[in-house]
Design a protein. Sequence first.
Lengths: 228, 113
Amino acid sequence: MAEALVPAGQEEAAAEETHLRHHFATPEQQMDASTLGMWTFLITEVLFFGGMFTAYAIYRNMYPGAFASTSRYMDVVLGGTNTAVLICSSLTMALSVRAAQLSRRKDVIRFLILTMIFGTAFLVIKGFEYHSKWVEHLVPGFNFSYEPVYYQQHAQILFFLYFCMTGMHALHMIVGLGLLTYLLVQSWRGVFHSNYYSPVEMIGLYWHFVDIVWIFLFPLLYLIGHRG
Amino acid sequence: MSAHHTPIPKVGTLVMVWAALIILTGLTSAASYVDVGEWNIVVALLIAVTKASLVVWIFMGVRYVTTLTRLFVVAGMVWLFIMILLTASDYGTRSWTYQAKPWANNPAHGLSR
């Protein structure tokens, strides 16, 4: 069917427009393969972060009191703001993919820039939080001291997990910003249109995944023990 | 030759998901100040899973992908579940068999005293 739509001798031009590689029959098949491949990668990421979430679950179950006591050192306002910032960035990312699907080059660029602004804002806020953790002597292994003292040992485990998990998350954000920069350059050059937008879509999947990690980190790290 | 056999999402749908995610963020923050004992973590995780599902289904477009890709997504969740379940079953049952000095009350060891 697909061949019949392209007059003889124009297959190459059509393949160039859709960036169709010779080992795929149709652009649809190529797109499905990209999506499956990206999800396979994201599942390895789920299990990578999942290891840390498992460690968190085990230690929280072992030392519930110490873990709950850390909540008053967490800034819920900054954490909540960052959650909202990331959700906004996910919306602009989804809108950017949509704009690419509709060949609206300017909208793609606009929404990519907005996504990058939200992503950067997240990292800046995170930086302020890290700074205050350092000032309050809550960096495990370096200058850790904790009130109440009898929780010091076990609260340190929570802060260790906090820095591992939010640190790996922030690293993923930085990688994401790099990928968005690449998308920005490519869309500036007018590479993407309704017949070819899979890089926007795939990097979008990555960006949403990083958002989901934070959706779990926020309640688990910031909202453990406000009650009572 | 069009590549967009996947339907294009409506702006309204995307904005509604965004609004739902913001509201659920407020809800989970507010709920963290209400003590329901053992259910605290359940409520927090239920809201987080709901938010994640919205992102996966609408923003990540899993509603439009092939059955094979969907199978992969579900498989990923299953592996995660296995990892957490088996690790927890290890740590959760260690105390069942733990003795400070297993040989102390067991003459068969021949090591007592």
